[in-house]
Design a protein around this ligand. Structure first.
Ligand SMILES: Cc1cc2nc3c(=O)[nH]c(=O)nc-3n(C[C@H](O)[C@H](O)[C@H](O)COP(=O)(O)OP(=O)(O)OC[C@H]3O[C@@H](n4cnc5c(N)ncnc54)[C@H](O)[C@@H]3O)c2cc1C
Length: 449
């Protein structure tokens, strides 16, 4: 009997779960006959919901990076970024991290390439804003925040110091809201450390350090516009109490190296524009020549690509019909991607004759937004929660959802509860290596040799 090969492209929420389900579903007797290959640019699964805690110095980066080799026994990892698929020949081409290209044949293919930063045609934004979709951007932001506060503390010009201490986040969805909430706590902690030094040197004539300023903008009339209004109210209350300047029905007209011009004509001097206006499907999707809906790959409720019986897709990259809301497609969330990955894993096994295929159907279980400290806004099973209870539920949910590294995450949370944040920038990810417009936010751009 010849060996069948199932190739999964992308090891995010959907791809990771599909690989895991598949390797556990196939009976031992079939394992020698089926090879599972996972193609991904990195050797880890990135737990994106905790990325704001990496950027704000609560968690170290490897805590949210779960080793693929260490947690997916029976799955062969191929490090690479897929650039082309020949569906007629059932072959794909990829480029590995050292720039070498390779080819892989498949009998079944699952595409789970996720999404990248969404851009809007606003002058200066592509050049001066940074997104928040991958680890390199989170590492860059952590260092950038540290650097701005250090430069502000040493600056003799009060206007420049104020601009360096001003951080503008555009997009008040869950990503932007969490980045602003955690960012504000981070800069407060760093500013306290700098102000101790400033107080010491005030006697020598230096000026005292100022308070960092965070702004959160959105075109929508409320923060977390896509979530339950009660979650919005909680988040808005917490942010306002911490001094975050929340401006709704507001956008950016232009960005420059000196600041941002808001849609109402006000100019905000800043060196930090953080772009969280949403995501769009990975650019590979449109290069595949397959049918799309709202830029996502068309699939049926069994996650099969129409006209290609050996190809499936799910997660952010796919337009999966939402059977709980006929006529709509599922939103781009980890909650759906994980469950779609499980169904894809089972259906891939079924396509090889093991088990039965089933359609994807999932009722939304609510959402959780960690606001830093002991604050969160959550509505698990539609029960609205706020404050420390919401925070406990949110953190418990993240721990339960992570496929590894739980003790490490818990240890960092415990350390953060008792120690100040570390004011240390390593400077390993530079501004030019994390451009807003990138088809691969999961890898930092390197200089062309
Ligand atoms: C900061 C942040 C916080 C979030 N918080 C939440 C939350 O709290 N709750 C929630 O439900 N959702 C949240 N989301 C959304 C959620 O993370 C996404 O919906 C989810 O990651 C989608 O899963 P996916 O598997 O489709 O894509 P991803 O998880 O993005 O995985 C895609 C994978 O494909 C790989 N890939 C991309 N292109 C290629 C290629 N050409 N070749 C090979 N591999 C490729 C990528 O490297 C990546 O590993 C958050 C998103 C962000 C950015």
């Amino acid at each position: 009997m010849s060996r069948s090969r199932i190739v999964i492209v992308g090891a995010g929420f959907a791809g990771y779960q599909a690989a895991r389900t598949l390797s556990r579903t196939l009976p031992r007797t079939l394992r020698g006959a089926v090879e599972i290959v996972l193609v991904n640019p990195n050797d880890y699964f990135l737990y994106l919901p905790l990325l704001p805690e990496v950027a704000s110095g609560v968690l170290e980066p490897r805590r949210v990076s779960v080793s693929l080799a260490g947690t997916l026994p029976g799955v062969r990892l191929v490090l690479g970024e897929v650039g082309e698929v020949d569906f007629d020949r059932r072959r794909l081409r990829y480029v590995d991290p050292e720039g070498r290209s390779g080819e892989l044949g498949y009998d079944r293919l699952l595409l789970t390439v996720g999404s990248v930063n969404k851009l809007l045609p606003i002058p200066g934004v592509a050049e001066h804003a940074h997104g928040f979709r991958g680890m390199p951007e989170a590492l860059y932001l952590r260092d950038h925040i540290n650097r701005q506060l250090a430069l502000a503390a040493a600056c003799d010009d009060p206007e420049e110091a104020a601009a360096r201490r001003t951080f503008v986040v555009v997009g008040a969805g869950y990503t932007g809201t969490e980045v602003a909430a955690h960012g504000q706590m981070f800069t407060d902690s760093l500013a306290r450390q700098h102000s101790r030094g400033a107080r010491r040197s005030e006697a020598d004539g230096a000026h005292a350090d100022g308070t960092p300023r965070w702004m959160l903008l959105d075109l929508a009339p409320r923060v977390l516009p896509e979530l339950d209004k009660r979650l919005s109210d909680t988040a808005h209350r917490v942010l306002r109490k911490r001094g975050v300047d929340v401006r709704t029905q507001m956008s950016v007209k232009e960005a420059t190296s000196e600041g941002v011009l808001l849609s109402d004509g006000e100019f905000i001097p800043t060196r930090s524009l953080i772009w969280c206006v949403g995501v769009r499907p990975d650019p590979l999707v449109k290069d595949l020549g397959l049918e799309t809906q709202q830029g996502r790959l068309m699939v049926d409720e069994y996650l099969r690509v129409p006209g290609r019986p050996d190809v499936m897709a799910c997660g952010d990259a796919a337009a999966v019909p939402d059977l709980t809301r006929p006529g709509e497609i599922t939103p781009m969330t980890a909650q759906h991607a994980v469950r779609q990955g499980k169904v894809a894993g089972r259906n891939l096994a079924a396509s090889l004759g093991y088990g039965a295929s089933r359609p994807y159907k999932h009722h939304d279980l609510g959402f959780m937004v960690d606001l830093g400290g002991v604050q969160a806004a959550a509505n698990p099973l539609r029960v609205p929660l706020s404050g420390p209870l919401a925070n406990l539920v949110t953190r418990g949910y993240h721990l339960a959802s992570m496929p590894g590294n739980r003790i490490r995450v818990l240890a960092d949370w415990a350390l953060d509860a008792v120690l100040p944040r570390q004011a240390a920038q390593l400077g390993l990810v530079r501004s030019w290596s994390v451009p807003l417009e990138s088809s691969s936010p999961e890898v930092a751009r390197t200089p062309v040799p």
